[in-house]
Ligand binder design. Structure first.
Ligand SMILES: [Zn+2]
Length: 150
């Protein structure tokens, strides 16, 4: 019973990341307006939580064919606001047909097909660009908020 997401044991990734985003926002605001001594520490923790909240949904993958659900070509064909609903409603993996339990039979059936898995959209290069861009934006916010008032 349940959905592919529940059977695969990965639903916690989609229920956890919004809380992490709120935590990142609170730490970011505190880092900008709180005591200067805690500024860097708050911003680093904020960045860490923001990055984790970004990665968690992208770490939902099929244990059989390694399809990264949230960033798969099928998910990217949908509007952004429909992706979570699509993912939460999946009964089977759209690529290999596994029901989320990743049984030996599912793995054997996938291997027998001889298909190659869809490459992950979020390659290391793309992830590094996200890290660099996010850090640059956070630094720019710091410079803007901490500038002397003239
Ligand atoms: Zn699959």
């Amino acid at each position: 019973m349940g959905t592919w997401l529940e059977r695969s044991g990965q639903s916690w990734k989609l229920t956890t990341y919004p809380t992490l985003r709120v935590g990142a926002a609170i730490l970011f605001i505190y880092g900008m307006h709180g005591p200067k001594a805690l500024n860097v520490l708050s911003m680093l923790f904020s960045f860490g939580l923001a990055l984790l909240s970004f990665l968690l949904p992208r770490l939902v993958w099929c244990q059989v064919c390694r399809l990264h659900m949230e960033s798969s070509s099928m998910a990217r064909a949908l509007p952004d606001h429909d992706r979570s609903r699509w993912l939460a409603g999946l009964d089977r993996c759209p690529a290999c047909g596994d029901d989320g339990t990743a049984t030996a039979e599912s793995r054997a059936a996938w291997a027998a097909l001889g298909m190659t898995p869809e490459p992950a959209y979020w390659s290391l290069t793309r992830l590094l660009w996200v890290v660099v861009f996010t850090m640059a934006m956070m630094a720019a916010c710091q410079v803007y908020v901490r500038r002397p008032i003239t």
